[in-house]
Design a protein around this ligand. Structure first.
Ligand code: GLN
Length: 486
C-alpha cells in the first residue's frame, strides 16, 4: 500500500493487521508536515503532543480488538471547531489567541471514535471566501499547483488531504466551502443536510446555512467519517433527530434505474467549456452504470447568488457582533474610551472581507431596508427550496458541475469580489435549500482537478454516497495524487 494516497478504509486494514501502528502512522504524517507545510501552509496549529498520546491510546484499543473504523486514523480539523485547551482562530486576528474552553460535538465524536487529530487547518477568515486568501494566517497553496488557490473557505482542510498531510479532514459549508475546495483539490467532499450534523462548538458564520462535513480521498471514507460526525445533539436546537444510517453499508448497491436529474441551466452560465465536456463525460459514465438522465429545471437557481449574498452577510453581522474586545476577541492597545475600544478592536481585529460583509449585513437588516433586502431574499430562498422539492419528485439525485473552472491563480480574483463570489454559483442553491450535496473528482483540466456535484433530497446522504462510490468503482480520478510540492 502507498501510504501517501492511502484511504481510511485501507489504513484500517493495515492498523488492524499490525502492519503499522497508529504511532508510526502519526509520525509518518508529521514528517510529511515538516517537509511540505512550509510551502502549503495548510495548518494554523499542529497538535503534536495530543496527537501522539491519542495514537498511543489508539494502539492499545486496536490491540484489545476494540477499534472503530476511525481508531488511529490521522485527521485534521478546520480551525473553527472548538477543541478544549486548543487555539481556535477561525482564520482571524480577532481570535488569534483564543483558546477554546470546550470541545465541539463533531470533534468530540471523532475523538471518541479514536481518530487522531494532527492539527487545526487554515481557512478563510470566519469561513468567508472561496480561495483561502482572506485568512489572517496567510494563503494556502493548492498542492496540484502551488501558484494556485486550494479554494475556500475550507482550503487548509482540502490542501492537507490533497498534499498527504492527513488522511481526511473536517470542513464546513455555508455556500460551498466543502464542495468547492474539494473540487479544486481533487477530493470527495460532502455537505450534509442542514441539521444532520451538530453545529455546537462550531464558530458561526451564517447560522441558517452552516453545516459541517467530511473531506476525504473517497466516497467510502466520506461515508465512514459522516457516520461518526452526524446525529442528534440536544445542545444544537437545529439538529435533526433522525437516526444516522450506516452509510458505509449502503455503498455497494447498483445504481441501475436511478433517476439522475440534469439541469441544463448549469451548463449555460459561466461554465468553462472544457469543464463542461468533462462533466458531460461523467454524466455518461453514470448512464453507463444504468442510471437514467432526466432533464430537470430549477427556475430560481439564477437568483441564488443574490439571495445568499444578502442572507449570509445579514446573519454574519449578527453572529460577529459578539467580537467586541470585551466579551470576546482581540482588544486594541490603549483604548481612550469605550467607543474607541469597540471601534478599534473591531477595526483592527477583522479583515477586509469580513468587514465588508458586516457592513452589507447590517445595512440589509436595518429598519426600512429589512423588507426590501432580507425579507425578499428569504422569499427567494423559499422559491429555491420549492424548486428542489419539485425536482426531487421526479429524480433521485441531481448532477452537474461543482465549480465553473479549475483552481485559479493566487491573487487572480482578489480584487474583484463578484468574480470570487461566482465560484459558488453552482453550490449555493443546495445550501439555501438545506439539501445535502457533494463533490467528487471527475477529471483533470490542464492538469488540475475538477468536481462533479451530486445534490440529494433531504436526509438522503446515503444515495449520494452510493452514487459517488459506484462512480469511483469505475473511474480513477479520485485515486490521482497531487505532485509532491517542493
Ligand atoms: N464562498 C462562499 C462565501 O464566501 C461560501 C463560504 C462558505 O461556504 N463558508 O460566503
Amino acid at each position: 500500500m502507498n501510504l501517501r494516497s492511502a484511504t481510511i478504509a485501507e489504513l484500517r486494514a493495515h492498523l488492524d493487521q499490525r502492519k503499522l501502528s497508529a504511532v508510526e502512522l502519526t509520525d509518518y504524517y508529521f514528517e510529511r508536515i515538516d517537509r511540505h507545510e512550509p510551502t502549503i501552509n495548510a495548518y494554523v496549529t499542529q497538535l503534536r503532543e495530543t496527537a501522539r498520546s491519542a495514537a498511543v491510546k489508539a494502539d492499545k484499543i486496536i490491540a484489545a480488538g476494540q477499534a472503530t473504523a476511525l481508531t488511529g486514523i490521522p485527521i485534521a480539523e478546520k480551525d473553527l471547531f472548538c477543541i478544549e485547551g486548543t487555539k481556535t482562530t477561525s482564520g482571524s486576528k480577532m481570535l488569534a489567541d483564543f483558546e477554546a474552553p470546550y470541545t465541539a460535538t463533531v470533534s468530540e465524536k471523532l475523538a471518541n471514535a479514536g481518530a487522531v487529530t494532527l492539527g487545526k487547518t487554515n481557512m478563510d477568515e470566519f469561513a468567508m471566501g472561496s480561495s483561502n486568501e482572506s485568512s489572517y494566517f496567510g494563503p494556502v497553496k493548492n498542492p496540484w499547483d502551488t501558484s494556485r488557490v486550494p479554494g475556500g473557505s475550507s482550503g487548509g482542510s482540502a490542501a492537507a488531504v490533497a498534499a498527504g498531510l492527513c488522511v481526511a479532514s473536517t470542513g464546513t459549508d455555508t455556500g460551498g466551502s466543502i464542495r468547492q475546495p474539494a473540487a479544486l483539490c481533487g477530493l470527495t467532499g460532502l455537505k450534509p443536510t442542514y441539521g444532520r450534523v451538530s453545529r455546537w462548538g462550531m464558530i458561526a458564520f451564517a447560522s441558517s446555512l452552516d453545516q459541517a462535513g467530511p473531506m476525504t480521498r473517497s466516497a467510502k471514507d466520506a461515508a465512514i467519517m459522516l457516520e461518526h460526525m452526524a446525529g442528534f445533539d440536544p445542545r444544537d436546537s437545529t439538529c435533526l433527530t433522525e437516526a444516522v444510517p450506516r452509510y458505509s453499508q449502503h455503498l455497494d448497491q447498483p445504481i441501475k434505474g436511478l433517476r439522475i436529474g440534469v439541469c441544463e441551466a448549469f451548463f449555460e452560465t459561466a461554465l468553462d467549456a472544457t469543464v463542461a465536456t468533462q462533466i458531460r463525460e461523467a454524466l455518461s459514465i453514470l448512464e453507463s452504470l444504468g442510471a437514467t438522465l432526466i432533464d430537470v429545471s430549477l427556475p430560481h437557481m439564477t437568483a441564488s447568488l443574490g439571495a445568499y449574498y444578502v442572507i449570509a452577510p445579514a446573519e454574519c453581522s449578527a453572529n460577529l457582533a459578539r467580537f467586541d474586545g470585551i466579551r470576546y476577541g482581540y482588544r486594541c492597545e490603549d483604548p481612550q474610551n469605550l467607543q474607541d475600544l469597540y471601534t478599534r478592536s473591531r477595526g483592527e481585529g477583522f479583515g477586509q472581507e469580513v468587514k465588508k460583509r458586516i457592513l452589507v449585513g447590517t445595512f440589509a437588516l436595518s429598519a426600512g431596508y429589512y423588507d426590501a433586502f432580507y425579507g425578499r431574499a428569504q422569499k427567494v430562498r423559499r422559491l429555491i427550496k420549492q424548486d428542489f422539492v419539485e425536482a426531487f419528485s421526479q429524480v433521485d439525485v441531481i448532477a452537474g458541475p461543482t465549480t465553473p473552472t479549475p483552481a485559479f491563480g493566487l491573487g487572480e480574483k482578489a480584487k474583484n469580489s463578484v468574480d470570487m463570489y461566482l465560484q459558488d454559483v453552482f453550490t449555493i442553491a443546495a445550501s439555501l435549500a438545506g439539501v445535502p450535496a457533494m463533490s467528487i473528482p471527475a477529471g483533470l483540466v490542464s492538469g488540475l482537478p475538477i468536481g462533479l456535484q451530486l445534490i440529494g433530497n433531504y436526509l438522503d446522504e446515503a444515495t449520494l454516497l452510493n452514487v459517488a462510490h459506484q462512480f469511483q468503482q469505475t473511474t480513477d480520478w479520485h485515486t490521482l495524487t497531487a505532485p509532491e510540492a517542493p
